[in-house]
Design a protein around this ligand. Structure first.
Ligand SMILES: [Zn+2]
Length: 345
């Protein structure tokens, strides 16, 4: 077997890991959810939950109105455990109500643009990504894996049997209803994510990151309080020279300068691209072919051009016709990888 062939196949089969934060949910429902509810990033969120007054009465060191900063301090102080419980409940109620709009959202596009070898890891509690997953699985079941790093309002689990799934379902082993997953907050403490369900999700992230060829960070700004997330990313992307083929891609409405400030330690050792628009990302331009495209462009020196891009005005039936063709091509391809067409062919 041709050595280069094996080399190419190995690269193209590597995972694309997409990390999503609050900014991605904001982008997914720019005009609000099905009922016009808007998703919000963490700044100003305390006020939205109607918690401002309660919090103002506490004797906190932080002046921030950012949920992560406030929670991080509440978590450290036993006398505030009641406030923490109230906050937990408010957050659960708040996110429980979100319903994905009828038309395709960025989450639908995102899930269909990736394959079974890929991973979408989310820090978000809202149910939008899972709601999208449920409906796009009617188009194909060849979808990426999911990891919930901070729990999710739609996810439940049976700790005894290590099963998890939609909160309304029962454990296939014992038949008991799943218990709600804990909603976790990024805090400066280590091992805050140590319940068995969450541990498995973080393990999956570590494993995928260690093999990833391409990493997209979408609307996630790595709060300084999230010591665990930052450490995992650091380790996975340790800057060692044998990993210099990988690319970082950022999708964020923050300016490039702001992003580089946040991700300084990562980007100075790695290639990266930046866009403020999901539809200019690798996923929308080269759905289901993101690692192929990266390899063909950088190592096969092919001037790649999108053949079947996703664009915002597509209906579900438009998307389905593209995805069906791509999935067929994946099933039929005997090489185990796909080489993109040269632009002049
Ligand atoms: Zn069980």
């Amino acid at each position: 077997m041709d050595k280069y062939f094996e080399y190419e196949k190995a690269y193209k089969s590597r995972p694309h890991v997409v990390l999503i934060g609050a900014g991605a949910s904001v982008a997914a429902i720019p005009r609000g959810d099905k009922n016009g509810r808007k998703s919000s990033v963490m700044d100003g969120f305390i006020e939205k939950l109607g918690m401002s007054e309660v919090i103002a009465k506490l004797n906190l060191v932080t002046n921030s109105n950012n949920l992560e900063d406030i929670y991080s301090e509440l978590a450290d102080r036993e006398e505030y455990s009641d406030v923490r419980d109230v906050l937990d409940n408010r957050i659960r109620e708040y996110f429980d109500e979100f319903e994905i709009p009828n038309e395709p959202t960025i989450y639908d596009f995102l899930l269909l643009s990736l394959r079974e070898k890929d991973l979408v890891a989310t820090f978000n509690w809202d149910p939008l990504l899972l709601q999208a997953y449920q409906r796009v699985s009617r188009i194909t079941n060849k979808l990426p894996n999911l990891a919930f790093l901070h729990g999710n309002v739609l996810i439940g689990y049976c700790l005894r049997h290590q099963f998890s799934g939609n909160i309304d379902n029962v454990c296939p082993e014992c038949g008991e209803y799943f218990s709600p997953s804990r909603l976790l907050y990024p805090v400066t403490k280590k091992n805050y994510n140590s319940d068995p369900f969450t541990v498995n999700n973080w393990k999956a992230l570590k494993k995928y990151l260690s093999e990833a060829y391409l990493v997209t960070i979408f609307g996630y700004s790595a709060p300084k309080t999230d010591v665990e997330a930052i450490e995992i990313l650091m380790n996975a992307w340790g800057g060692s020279s044998h990993r210099n083929m990988e690319d970082f891609e950022f999708i964020d409405i923050k300016s490039e300068d702001e992003l580089i400030d946040i991700w300084e330690d990562f980007v100075h050792t790695h290639h990266y691209t930046y866009t403020n628009d999901f539809f200019k990302s690798s996923m929308a331009r080269f759905p289901r072919r993101t690692t192929e495209e990266l390899f063909d462009r950088t190592q096969n020196c092919i001037w790649t051009s999108p053949d079947t891009p996703f664009f915002p005005s597509m209906t579900f039936s438009d998307i389905e016709s593209i995805v069906t063709v791509l999935v067929d091509e994946e099933i039929k391809n005997i090489d185990g990888f796909i080489t993109l067409k040269k632009i002049d062919e």
